[in-house]
Write a protein that binds this ligand. Structure first.
Ligand code: 3IO
Length: 348
């Protein structure tokens, strides 16, 4: 079809310019009648609890925007892996990325405070505390990002090939954790390695590691119970998750869409925490006991006191580290305690 000569050149120019400024075809904020397409990447499989969160979020967004937004999910590192998640979002590889700030405590220093041994009773309380703290402190580590939602695992447990009943058993054991869990394992005398979750099954299989410290649903969701027959009943630290979007991309979204996404941030923290705490972990433990004779080892009170004493200095050394970076560690930990205790009364 030929260009209609009656359309003045200036109008055509304006249309072109506004198209380019709105971000062109790749922008989520395109023409009003066309659905806005958002790609959403996650590094682990869809069957895992963060993967289920991603699917639930996508479903809710489509429903609540009456189809104005379509979300295409990419679980299992099909678009971005654990280590390139946050840069991938900034580089526009995915519109939204769900990563674990715990994998990179240097990049997310204040967030790493939530993964200290501060006795969260469960994932729901930890996740809501995390989200509230981030909304309150607005740390510079998320400067280029819009936070879509945050949540966490339950406090991690040691899951190992050989039984760990005391510090002697743990001595020199090659255990894997998220980056924020490494100092915990080190303090307890193990030989820790930081490694993203998707690499764990193969690393156990090949003997690179003798186990892992994280939430216990991985026994089923990553089939680790096949090889790891022992869990030590000593809750340590949580692993944090943050789904983010590039701030500039967010700014271009219609207000209606922003509102729906913002409303969901908290709901998803609760939904994910409750699924993990009330169903996911319990089912995995029962499945592992039934199919793989999983053994759960309780620490004696005297043994527990020794472990607690080894972890106690971690909070103070984190404070020193944060002070050196000019970050408000004391205030952050004060608020963490207050918010944690408030939610602990609500979510048992
Ligand atoms: C985790 C990450 C991805 C999918 C399922 C998961 N369950 C627990 C974690 C926590 C984690 O990433 C870690 O490294 O301990």
């Amino acid at each position: 079809m030929r260009v209609n000569r009656k359309i003045p050149l200036i109008v055509m120019l304006l249309v072109t310019v506004s198209f380019v400024f709105s971000g062109g075809f790749s922008s989520p904020a395109q023409a009003k009648d066309k659905p806005i397409k958002l790609t959403y990447a996650f590094f682990a499989p869809a069957r895992t609890f963060p993967g289920k969160q991603m699917a639930k979020w996508a479903e809710e967004i489509e429903k609540r925007t009456n189809g104005m937004v379509k979300v295409q999910t990419f679980p299992g590192s099909t678009l971005l892996g654990a280590r390139d998640m946050y840069d991938g979002v900034l580089n526009g590889v995915a519109d939204i990325g769900l990563g674990s700030p715990s994998y990179d405590p240097g990049r997310f220093p204040l967030t790493s405070g939530v993964a200290l041994p501060v006795n969260f009773p469960n994932a729901t309380v930890a996740g809501l505390t995390l989200l509230d703290l981030m909304m309150e402190f607005k740390p510079a580590e998320y400067e280029k990002f819009k936070i879509i939602t945050m949540f966490s695992t339950e406090p991690g447990h040691i899951q190992s090939r050989d039984a760990v009943k005391n510090l002697q058993d743990l001595k020199g054991m090659k255990l894997r954790a998220a980056g924020t869990g490494v100092p915990v394992l080190k303090a307890l005398g193990a030989a820790p390695v930081g490694m993203p979750m998707p690499q764990v099954p193969e690393s156990v299989q090949t003997g690179v590691i003798d186990g892992t410290m994280t939430s216990r649903e991985v026994l089923q969701d990553f089939k680790l119970a096949e090889m790891l027959h022992n869990v030590t009943e000593y809750p340590t630290v949580v692993v944090t998750f943050a789904a983010v979007m590039d701030q500039k991309k967010w700014d271009r979204l219609p207000d209606k869409v922003k509102k729906v996404i913002d409303e969901l941030a908290r709901e998803m923290a609760i939904w994910t925490g409750q699924y993990h705490d009330k169903q996911n972990v319990g089912e995995a433990l029962a499945w592992s006991q039934k199919n793989y004779n999983l053994q759960i080892h309780k620490l004696s009170a005297a043994e527990k006191a020794k472990w607690d004493a080894l972890l106690a200095p971690m909070v103070a050394s984190w404070q020193t580290e944060m002070d050196a970076k000019g970050l408000p560690a004391d205030k952050f930990l004060d608020r963490l305690g207050q918010i944690r205790d408030k939610y602990a009364r609500e979510y048992k």
